[in-house]
Design a protein around this ligand. Structure first.
Ligand code: AMP
Ligand code: MG
Length: 511
């Protein structure tokens, strides 16, 4: 399947000397070798045709028993040694010590057309980092991870990818809402693909162990393989790059209404990728206070509108971890001090692009809009996508149509404010005429996003043995900016029944 296996991570970095697979604290090592736990009856549910094409794996290969065996963890690819990574992290603002790949197992890295791809199974059994958990994943969360990874990619947002979704034939015991109602659910394995799965936490754990030698090795490895434009030893440059890509990732999430849900430092990619799709969600009505994660219901630390603050907090933790090798406190401070302004520039330019205007001096246009969208409980996706059709001639009918895009029963209350906003918007449009406005807007305002209830509908059907909706979405998400039949079908408000349904608005970390 792959001509060029190149296990750079394990070749370059120190391994845990213990080979047995039992739960333990691992010191002075970046990973532990182990083998996935075979499952009883692996069945390929779906795979990403686009990713398979990129990887030059033919359809015939993808549908072969061999493919399913490799990517269910039942067979080890020749000349490779699977491993779990050691990392730590801050969970919900508190240092949690060693975490690590508790249910992720890295298979190998392959070079395809000079690009590096690391392959990782999620849900293929226990590792030394599983703590008291089982190393498994249930079908519902695997469907969510599979679909959302690929949806993100096609939205043009940096993300880990998903190659395949395989059911294991084994049952997994889960208390979905942590309310004492545990039950068996079907198990599944997702094969994730990314240039690297290194997280902030990989650096943090070495810093916490005062293991400067390996901290430096990991930074050297990261620079050499993923930041070739940086000089060797330019650890400050590395931090700067990670800060930039992380903040820009958050702005991309804001652009499409994505809420990660668990932005712990162990869930932050060093490459600025969206990683670890747990209790994530997409906002329907524009509500910066919304979080899908029930575990975070009280504090709402990871709410939509707080993601930039948290990213800032997280890069601060990364800076702390890198300090022993950067050694220049002032230089680190300068990078961190620049973050708020950097974020502001990025988010403003993103928000103006969503309304089809260049960045204007007058910020009211975007700040008033955020306020109005929130107050009038406007559906974010519908509002922005429809905005590209707005003209002076359609002003009144456009404003009237807003009522249908709102979830508020008091929409009338905001009609005047909307009139005023569109008045200002019209003037700004005239002053900044752009013949390509509609096209440009439709390239930043998706027509299709994987709303929570849509994914849940696919899951509900799958639990009855019907994967047709998973397959339908697998196709829909490949062209989120297109006006096509399938996107038209899903281009509507969240139905009432989904407002409080488990899986649609409420998700826990149990997966
Ligand atoms: P996350 O949900 O990504 O924030 O996971 C936090 C930590 O818990 C990571 O170290 C995971 O590998 C680990 N973890 C989560 N679920 C499981 C599971 N079912 N079995 C083993 N480890 C898990
Ligand atoms: Mg995680």
């Amino acid at each position: 399947m792959f001509d060029q296996i190149d296990n750079s991570f394990t070749n370059f970095l120190p391994a845990d000397p213990i080979k047995e697979n039992f739960v333990r604290q691992v010191k002075n090592a970046c990973y532990s070798f182990l083998e996935p736990t075979p499952c009883s009856n692996p069945v390929l549910i779906t795979y990403s045709k686009k990713l398979a094409m990129e990887l030059e794996i033919s359809e015939e290969k993808c549908l072969s028993t061999e493919f399913t065996q490799y990517f269910a963890g039942n067979k080890i690819y020749p000349n490779t040694n699977p491993y779990a990574m050691c990392y730590g992290g801050h969970q919900f603002g508190h240092w949690a010590g060693q975490l690590g790949d508790g249910r992720a197992i890295n298979l190998f890295e392959a070079l395809v057309n000079d690009k590096r791809y690391a392959f990782q199974l999620k849900g293929a059994g226990k590792t030394p980092y599983s703590r008291s958990a089982d190393g498994l994943a249930v079908l519902r969360s695997s469907i969510r991870e599979y679909l959302c990874s690929e949806a993100m990619y096609h939205l043009g947002i940096p993300t880990t990818r998903a190659l395949s979704l395989i059911t294991t034939g084994d049952q997994v015991w889960r208390d979905m809402l942590y309310d004492g109602n545990a039950d068996y659910e079907p198990g599944a394995v997702v094969t994730r693909v990314a240039p690297s799965f290194i997280r902030f936490g990989n650096f943090q754990i070495l810093a916490a162990q005062n293991d400067e030698t390996n901290l430096q090795k990991l930074a050297d490895y990261t620079i050499t393989h993923f930041f070739p434009s940086l000089d060797k030893n330019d650890y400050l440059g590395l931090l700067k790059e990670v800060v930039r890509s992380t903040m820009s990732l958050i702005v991309e999430w804001e652009r499409v209404g994505f809420v990660h849900g668990v932005m712990n430092t162990d869930n932050m990619s060093i490459l600025g990728l969206t990683i670890d799709f747990g209790p994530y969600g997409w906002i329907d009505n524009f509500d910066p206070n919304w979080t899908p994660n029930t575990t975070d219901r009280q504090e709402k630390r990871y709410r939509f509108g707080n993601q930039a603050n948290i990213a800032y907090w997280n890069v601060y933790q990364l800076a702390n971890a890198l300090f022993p090798i950067i050694k220049d406190e002032k230089a680190i401070e300068r990078i961190l001090d620049d973050v708020p302004q950097m974020y502001l520039n990025l988010t403003q330019s993103m928000k103006f692009s969503k309304i089809g205007l260049p960045v204007l001096e007058n910020q009211n246009l975007i700040t008033d809009l955020d306020k109005l969208l929130y107050q009038s409980e406007m559906d974010m996706t519908l509002f922005y996508r429809n905005l590209s059709n707005y003209t002076h001639e359609t002003k009144e009918s456009h404003i009237s149509s807003l009522a249908d895009m709102s979830y508020s029963s008091h929409f009338e209350k905001y009609k005047n404010a909307w009139q005023n906003w569109f008045q200002d918007y019209g003037v700004a449009m005239d002053n900044n005429f752009d013949a390509d406005r509609k096209k440009k807007m439709n390239n930043v305002n998706p027509k299709f996003v994987l709303r929570n209830y849509i994914a849940q509908m696919a899951i509900d059907k799958a639990y009855q043995g019907d994967y047709s909706l998973v397959e339908e979405l697998n196709v829909a998400l490949t062209a989120p900016y297109e006006d096509n039949e399938i996107n038209e079908k899903w281009f509507c408000k969240r139905p009432d029944w989904a407002k409080t349904k488990v899986g649609c608005s409420m998700l826990s970390c149990s997966s």
